[in-house]
Design a protein around this ligand. Structure first.
Ligand code: FE2
Length: 413
């Protein structure tokens, strides 16, 4: 099979993609083929690697419409957590599976093929972990799903949390989480991070912490997480998600700590669509933007990706799994709208996400890798962002996994 006549990433020359046995066999200059050869004409559209969802909570998705009391919520992170406590008690393994499946289908329709989901470990018999492990197995041919055991109510401040985390390890999660800003004290926050990183190190797992998801600059879990990544030699197997408090850290503090973040080589995930809405809730005016220092981290050589975080749940009542919407919000909030920044912005939801998920070895459009890619309805990424282009095709192992027809809009002027 040959996918012909496309632009690959920022290459200005038209190329053809030769696929064999589900892998990229060759990327060659565009040419014409005889009718006996099976080809798909991509009509000079843009091809990039599939989108990577580096942060979502699949177990909570699609609960907002069923629980109408959510509509009177203040919309703060902490209200979201207490509303979630009421909701999760009513969910079953089957309903969690079905809600998550709906969300995965939405994400796949928008070009996502790799997903890291945080999964609440505070449920009876770890039902959320079991539901999503089943989903991961059922869908593994079509979408790669990674599970992070997420202690939603804290590790040190919540009775039984440590045992639930250890149980999740035995069930087969890919990584360990923590939520230091929700612990009762700074001492508990530090201790919870030591528990999570040591558990990951013992079990050969990844780490992804909900870290300092607050506007409070005294929330400094990140400095401990960076130190633990070094102490346990976990380095880039560790990710700090959210880190919105960094928005409010002083420049002097950042200047003092940046070298430890660099030495730790940890990844960062920002969730601009959700955090711009969740944060700033205690501010009158000005209201903070709820985003970490993306541009500054990137300039210092650190890896940053963007995630959706929530789809129609107690923290975010809308959303449909479209990472291009997340990206657009992120570029605005971080003042990253120069031509070069927009042209390369796709890396925040492709390569950088792959690095966070620790899957870079088999990811990307190069010979020998699985033939996974998406085709966008534009000739370059700048035009994708201008036109809000759809994902025309999502190709997995050389076969079309999802396709979308662009809207046919006519204006009678
Ligand atoms: Fe999250």
């Amino acid at each position: 099979m040959i996918y012909t006549n496309c632009y690959i990433e920022n290459d200005p020359e038209l190329k053809d993609i030769v696929v064999e046995d589900g892998k990229f066999k060759e990327i060659i200059p565009h040419k014409e083929y005889s009718s006996e050869i099976e080809t798909v004409d991509l009509k000079e559209k843009l091809v990039i690697p599939p989108f990577v969802e580096s942060h979502i909570h699949l177990d909570a998705t699609h609960t907002a419409e069923k629980f109408l009391f959510l509509h009177s919520s203040s919309g703060s992170l902490f209200d979201g957590i207490s509303n979630w406590a009421k909701i999760k008690a009513e969910l079953t393994e089957e309903s969690i599976y079905q809600n998550a499946l709906t969300a995965v289908k939405q994400e796949v329709s928008h070009g996502v093929q790799y997903i890291r989901t945080h999964v609440d470990t505070d449920s009876v018999n770890n039902k959320a972990i079991k539901a999503l492990l089943k989903l991961k197995e059922d869908l593994k041919e079509f979408v790669t799903i990674q599970l992070i055991a997420f202690p939603q109510d804290g590790i040190k401040s919540h009775a039984g949390a440590e045992e639930k985390m250890k149980e999740a390890c035995k069930l087969g999660v890919d990584g360990i989480g923590a939520i230091p800003h929700y612990e009762y004290s700074h001492e508990y926050a530090v201790s919870s991070l030591d528990f999570a990183t040591s558990l990951a190190a013992e079990n050969g797992l990844l780490v992804d912490v909900h870290c300092d998801e607050t506007d409070d600059p005294s929330s400094v879990g990140l400095e401990t997480l960076a130190v633990k990544a070094i102490e346990y030699s976990l380095f880039d197997r560790v990710t700090a998600s959210h880190t919105t408090a960094m928005h409010s850290y002083s420049d002097a503090y950042m200047g003092r700590r940046m070298h430890s973040f660099i030495d730790s080589r940890i990844n960062f995930v920002a969730n601009p669509l959700v955090n711009v809405s969740l944060q700033g809730k205690f501010d009158t005016f000005p209201k903070r933007r709820g985003i970490t220092r993306v541009k500054e981290l990137l300039k210092n050589g650190l890896n940053v990706s963007f995630g959706h975080d929530d789809i129609q749940d107690p923290w975010y009542p809308i959303g449909d799994g479209n990472l291009l919407e997340v990206l657009s919000m992120g570029l605005h909030l971080t003042h990253m709208l120069s031509h070069e920044e927009v042209m390369n912005a796709y890396k925040l939801i492709t390569y950088n996400g792959a690095k966070t998920l620790h899957i870079s070895d088999n990811y990307g459009i190069k010979e020998g890798n699985p033939a996974n890619f998406i085709v966008l309805d534009a000739d370059n990424f700048y035009n994708v962002m201008i036109n809000k282009s759809v994902v025309l095709y999502s190709v997995r192992n050389g076969k079309i996994l999802a396709k979308t027809k662009p809207a046919d809009i006519k204006v009678n002027l």
